[in-house]
Design a protein. Sequence first.
Length: 415
Amino acid sequence: MTDLSLGGPTPDVADDGVWLACVECGDAIAPFDDVVYECPDCGGLLEARYADYPTFEEFSGDGVWRYAAALPFDEGVTIREGNTPLYTVPEIEAEADVADLRVKHEGANPTGSFKDRGMTVGVKVADRLGVDRLACASTGNTSAALAAYGARANTPVLVLLPAGKVAAGKVAQAALHGARICEVDGNFDDCLDVVAELADRGEAYLLNSLNPFRLEGQKTIGLEILEQSRDAHGHLPDRIVLPVGNAGNTAALYKCFRELVEAGELDKSEVPKLTGVQAEGAAPMVEAVENGRDYVERWDDVETRATAIRIGNPVNAPKALPGIYDTGGTAVAVSDEKITEAQRMLAEDGVGVEPASAASVAGLLKLRERGDIDADERVVCLTTGHLLKDPEAAAEAGGDTTPVPADADGVLDAL
Ligand code: F0G
């Protein structure tokens, strides 16, 4: 039985008030003695735990490290991640007909996605452990972020990508930051199987979201959303809608809220409803939620234009599904057509996102139409990656170019 409860005594293995706990069997593990991703006893997912959970008063500065009191270190390997904008989107708010709609645009991070928040912490842990190679499987953004943070830390990076299924911007980033890029004949889930085996053999330090420290950094999305919402209009959002691939963010947001409840900063009734969105062609989490299951069944064949979330085996499901259920949230699948439509709508409000990000808005609109979200709700949609990550998708979703002669009259004639 998955147990995500916090609190209780600090185990002897804790290092400066930090330890890892198995969410299945409860075993406590020293955080920085050995390289460990899963429970050595039962294979369950691990979660970072702390002797103390901070209140908002303990945060100062900006970006991810504003929240150092909620993280394992005071500082990480940083390129100034976090502090992303929470935009109003008047046109979409009117279309969705909800009390308030904001978009938290994680595309404004240094490498253009939320992955930077996880890497600033995860690569710091790797540094502390003294590993000599970092690795990940990726639909693109994780590899771009790991390549940049690995470069910053002077540690070689290996990335495994599903051949032909990663958007051009992301491959370009990994290449320029100097990662060794291997294109695997298989999908993302196959890549993760392979890189997990390499990590098990001690060949590399794994920085996929199976790594519990990545999710620590990603918790700060939730902390920022709550602080920004409070500053902007004096109250917290009722619901956060986000795209789901491996369900790392869903798990990280839920952990953020559990910690705030544990610290006495948030009443359980105030916790935003976590609402996950997947593409119809890659929706094992939605299938699990629709059937009220606490586990997912792997989809071997997945397909969607939103390549970032072309994932059939969301490894963080045991941490994320309780988050959806306990907060009163839900999950929904949207078509690729609706994702592109939402991408255009966001663009019309000036917010440029990649397809996977637009899934959150498409999901909100679908749930409103179905009556699963009420008109009086205050909603935040998470957009996870920048438009330029996938230039091809953006060009397809956008308008055509017009060839003109090199003179002003020619341009005016063409208009
Ligand atoms: N949105 C974008 C833009 C992503 O790149 C990802 C995941 C997700 C959403 C899903 O987030 O896994 O936390 O549920 N991208 C990973 C990668 C898999 O390799 O870049 P999740």
